[in-house]
Design a binder for this molecule. Structure first.
Ligand code: GUN
Ligand code: ZN
Length: 428
């Protein structure tokens, strides 16, 4: 089964944080993506691909921009119903809004319904892969994996491990958290396009024994990613210092348990000490940049340029419901605005990289998703850069392709996503 998707194509060839951004991508005004059995077989000029593959079914997207699907490398699917909760900062926000909602996910019927809603929202927004936190309940992860499998999606998710400083109904134990995570790994890891992440929520809600158990699992299953939160707000950091007085800093807690390294994705990482920064760099531990969350719950301005300059892998993430949008375009806008506030505006190529190949790399999936290139899985989106009246007006003044794309980052949202393919199958 061959499909030829036609449109303008944007191929990110190299990391635009490490070379002149304009040189890191190839634009084709009349391009095409040839998909065979769910894999990208070729990307090239439309005419040449049509001539070479007359048997392919053609999907002509006109002047829409074809890109790799967006990859959201840190998001909480159980917080879908509480996005946009008013007026609190991290710890109060967790206790006041998040934990009460997460308690509901013990019910597998509710969990499945929320997972379906969440996956619908991802598809609407052109996000073809996410790395999701579930709740402490294994039912919440089962529901998520079953829903993702039915849709044929590439997804990463984990049952949250948390055994203290939360309502009783959201606490497991070191033994139970590890056993439930192990059972999920055995049931789902590597099944179809699914991966299980070992997911200790963050140091304040895990005892030392639980982090040790998470570290033991990470050592036993080196193919499983680890996800957690790091240095998001000053009060949280001070609390970690109280809870773990013998460790040098927040990251040191994870480090002592073998929870850092190329397979461990650290959400936020805003207020780092020089030692933490150096350790992330030395161990190539990826960071999930969550810009809408970092402004919405008042966390701070993450130094993405500094992380990237030190060689730390960085991906882009919505972090909903702390984050305020499911749209990776809106998230790119927030990342841009934060980079402006830090005095170094990101180039659109850098924003696009973070939202696709950067996130894929952070999840250890850079060889499968995140770029429009032969051999990659055919997770592809079509973006209409003139989807709204304001975008149409602005397009008149776009001097080059980057300006047009940047307009969609600043003015766009799900209205710009006109088609989505996952593994070559049209989702919408
Ligand atoms: N830190 C621990 N849990 C969470 C969460 O659910 N959201 C955010 N933004 N930070 C956290
Ligand atoms: Zn988070």
């Amino acid at each position: 089964m061959k499909t030829l998707i036609l449109g303008r194509t944007l191929t990110m060839d190299a990391d635009p944080f490490h070379a002149a951004p304009e040189t890191c991508a190839t634009w084709r005004e009349a391009g095409g993506v040839l998909v065979e059995d769910g894999i990208i077989a070729a990307v090239g000029e439309a005419d040449a691909l049509r001539a070479a593959h007359p048997d392919a079914a053609v999907e002509d997207m006109g002047d829409a921009l074809l890109s790799a699907g967006f990859v959201d490398c840190h998001v909480h699917y159980p917080q879908t119903a509480i996005i946009g909760a008013w007026g609190k900062r991290l710890i109060d926000w967790l206790n006041g809004y998040t934990f009460p909602e997460e308690l509901r996910f013990k019910d597998p019927v509710y969990a499945r319904a929320q997972a379906e809603t969440f996956l619908d929202l991802l598809a609407l927004n052109g996000t073809t892969t996410a790395c999701a936190y579930c709740t402490v309940h294994p039912e919440s992860a089962e529901a998520f994996f079953a829903a993702a499998q039915a849709r044929g999606l590439r997804m990463v998710a984990g049952k949250v491990m948390m055994d203290r400083n939360a309502p009783e109904g959201l606490c497991d134990t070191p033994e139970r958290g590890a056993a439930e995570t192990r059972a999920l790994i055995e049931a789902w890891h590597g099944v179809d396009r699914l991966q299980v992440a070992i997911t200790p929520r963050f140091a304040p809600t895990s005892s030392d024994a639980q982090l040790a158990a998470a570290g033991a699992l990470a050592a036993e299953f080196p193919d499983c990613p680890v996800q957690t939160h790091l240095s998001e707000q000053p009060d949280e950091i001070a609390w970690v210092r109280e809870l773990y007085p013998d460790d040098p800093d927040y990251l040191g807690v994870y480090e002592r348990h073998g929870l850092t390294g190329p397979r461990a994705v650290m959400g936020h990482a805003i207020h780092l000490t020089p030692r933490e920064h150096a350790h992330l760099a030395a161990t190539k531990t990826p960071v999930a940049h969550c810009p809408t969350s970092n402004t919405f719950i008042g966390s701070g301005l993450c130094d993405v340029a500094g992380l990237k300059a030190a060689g730390i892998p960085v991906g882009l993430a919505t972090d909903t419901g702390g984050g305020s949008s499911f749209s990776m375009l809106v998230t790119m806008r927030a990342a841009y605005e934060i980079s402006q506030l830090r005095g170094a505006p990101m180039h659109p190529a850098q924003l696009m990289w973070l939202a696709t190949a950067g996130s894929a790399g952070a999840l250890g999936l850079g060889d499968r998703i995140g770029r429009l290139a032969p051999g990659m899985e055919a997770d592809v989106i079509a973006l209409d850069l003139r989807a709204t009246p304001a975008l149409k007006a602005r397009a008149e003044r776009s001097e080059n392709p980057w300006h047009g794309l940047f307009g969609a980052m600043i003015l766009g949202d799900e209205r710009c996503v006109s088609a989505v393919w996952s593994g070559g199958r049209r989702l919408r």
